[in-house]
Design a protein around this ligand. Structure first.
Ligand code: SAM
Length: 438
């Protein structure tokens, strides 16, 4: 089938709300979204997908019940929520501990009354607490957290740890939001980096920290309360033991994989959630945080002796693009950067190929793989048709494309075309459905 990744000015089908099930193959669409459930926005994830895509897939292809979905890059759990809403079972994993916490909260039933009572006890005790311990250490902590804020966070952390186990996941999510909010990052900043145009941050007290925490608990409770009224059965979601999408061990099968894999070179999830990882003690120290980042698909943490070599994947288009980056054909970056970027691209696709092979072995005959990803990433001036190459890799793992469409990327809050300068030229998400032969 002809597969175009670079249409100049496609004509868009404008959709209000849900994607129609009779959408023609190859369409270009833009969506104006209806107000989603609050549960989707609970928890920090810098690359959340929109629920309309897994919803459309499950309504179109997931009608045979029972239907088992795998989400190997669960993130903030968008596919999990959609699967549960449509009464499908869903297995899930993510290598990132904060994502796993968010997904656990979204697939657990909580008692709002219990949580409110628990939180008011925490806040009361915190207000009367005198000396704060110092349990958290990481580089530049004093630059990013004012002294009173550090004390407030330490005190909250101690009381959350003593709370009943069943309430803790939701309290930790509210704590994670409090950490982000009370840091010296400016609102809307994604990565903790010192910048020239840094806005002055107001001085904050311990009490400010407690108030933010209370606010975030209230919002989380509202979200889970609303979610609990529509979710029929939390038991249908199951976290699998593997925490790496390249190594899906176990003796299980599924009817469909519905996911949005990481982009190459776009967002370093570990850097983006550095403060939460340390304050929630999800990593021991700075070294452990960097080691965690090495496990990310798309990581730039590659040893020099590896990136000096120009990798070959066996895919002729990809290998020629890797060579263009390596040799600086379009853009000569600073010393060593072309070699590094070329290796990042190489490693990303090698990892995704391993993932497709693993996934395919767990898919039932006739099962589906649905993924959405930015169509093109620009690296050192070289345009990589990521979606097309991933599709080819999935096909070499025994799957065959049956459908695709293109979604115009927008600022998801404002419904305006998104400013994508940071990521090069990603303009569409491409949604591709593949099927395993019977
Ligand atoms: C594009 S995001 C998924 C977003 C998700 N669909 C949502 O709506 O929140 C990609 C996810 O892949 C995860 N990831 C990266 N490398 C991974 C690996 N080796 N194994 C499993 N998950 C990984 C990241 O932590 C991130 O949550």
């Amino acid at each position: 089938m002809a597969f175009s990744v670079q249409q100049k000015s496609p004509s868009y089908l404008h959709i209000e709300g849900n994607i129609p099930l009779d959408l023609p193959n190859g369409s270009f669409i833009s969506i104006t979204r209806q107000t989603p459930l609050k549960i989707y926005s609970l928890g920090f994830q810098p690359a959340k997908s929109i629920p309309e895509i897994p919803r459309w897939f499950l309504q179109k292809y997931g009608t045979n019940k029972p239907f088992i979905v795998l989400e190997p890059f669960a993130g903030s759990g968008t596919t999990l929520i959609e699967s549960l809403r449509q009464q499908s079972s869903v297995y899930w994993l993510d290598y990132h501990p904060l994502s796993r916490l968010i997904c656990r909260v979204k697939t657990t039933k909580f008692s709002p009354e219990d949580l409110l009572e628990n939180t008011s006890k925490i806040i009361q005790s915190a207000y009367h607490h005198k000396n704060a311990p110092e349990t958290v250490k990481f580089a530049n902590k004093d630059f990013w957290f004012q002294a009173a804020v550090q004390e407030g966070l330490e005190i909250l952390k101690a009381y959350i740890s003593q709370s009943p186990e069943k309430n803790q996941p939701l309290l930790w999510i509210a704590f994670a939001s409090t950490v982000r909010k009370t840091s010296n990052m400016n609102d809307g900043m994604l990565l903790a980096a010192r910048r020239a145009n840094f806005e002055k941050i107001p001085e904050r007290s311990r009490e400010d920290v407690f108030e933010y925490f209370q606010g975030y608990v209230n919002r989380a409770i509202e979200a889970v309360q609303e979610w609990q009224t529509v979710c029929p059965d939390f038991e249908k979601a199951q976290e699998i033991p593997s925490q790496d999408a390249r190594d899906l061990a176990g003796n299980w099968t599924c009817d469909a994989i519905v996911t949005s894999p990481p982009y190459i070179n776009a967002i370093d999830y570990v850097w983006a959630s550095k403060f939460e990882l340390h304050w929630l003690e999800m990593v021991r120290d700075d070294k452990a945080r960097l080691e965690l980042y090495s496990q990310e698909i798309g990581t730039e943490r590659i040893p020099k002796d590896q990136y000096k070599k120009q990798g070959k994947t066996g895919n002729s288009l990809l290998d020629s693009l890797i060579e263009d980056i390596y040799t600086g054909k379009k853009y000569q970056a600073s010393k060593g950067q072309n070699e590094l970027r070329a290796r990042v691209v190489y490693q990303y696709f090698v990892d995704m190929k391993t993932h497709f092979l693993q996934s395919s072995s767990h898919l039932k005959p006739g099962g589906y793989y649905c993924f959405s990803i930015g169509d093109i990433s620009k690296i050192c001036g070289v345009e990589i048709p990521v979606a097309l190459i991933l599709k080819e890799m999935a096909e070499s793992a025994g799957l065959r494309e049956i459908f695709h469409f293109n979604l115009l990327l927008k600022n998801r809050k404002l419904n305006l075309p998104r400013n994508v300068d940071w990521a090069g030229t990603i303009k569409h998400d491409q949604v591709i459905i593949l099927k395993k032969s019977l």
